[in-house]
Design a protein around this ligand. Sequence first.
Ligand SMILES: C[S@@+](CC[C@H](N)C(=O)[O-])C[C@H]1O[C@@H](n2cnc3c(N)ncnc32)[C@H](O)[C@@H]1O
Length: 160
Amino acid sequence: MLRPRRKANPKEEAIQFSLNNKDRNGFEIRFINDVKGRGVFSCTEFEKGDFLLEYRGDLISKEECERRQRIYHKALKVFMFEFRFNGKFICVGAARDDGSLGRLVNDDHINPNCRMKTIRVDGKPHLCLFAIRSICPGEEITYNYGDSEWPWRCKVFKSS
Ligand SMILES: C[S@@+](CC[C@H](N)C(=O)[O-])C[C@H]1O[C@@H](n2cnc3c(N)ncnc32)[C@H](O)[C@@H]1O
């Protein structure tokens, strides 16, 4: 008799994809507009809780992050993701375009469909996006970048 297939545990999936340095299938990059640039869109359905993508890059210290911020052009500074882990400020620097998708996910502080969580893999932190509600094919993947005065949040965009 066929047993129902066990649904993968989202955290285990996140660990596997992080260890393999690979993005999962089911997403595409689209150019949105000149202000937002590119974004990541779902090509399939996801359920609340599913693991989506890792924000991949170099795991660096606060000092190295500040050094890179000093020399980077402003277009690259936006790829530095600073966070706290074990009480220390550290950073994932994703300025180098390695073809991964997590670095291209845009901000939405009003109605995001996923959330960034830090998971520990072999003692190291990995930044992973998990769905906070069901996601339909064609939806843009977004998360809340956090409470900061992000310049685009106060702009009123004219619809054509
Ligand atoms: C980590 S990058 C995300 C990928 C970026 N859209 C691109 O094409 O490279 C962050 C930058 O994307 C843009 N961005 C992200 N969320 C946005 C939003 N809600 N509205 C406008 N621009 C946004 C801003 O320029 C921000 O500095």
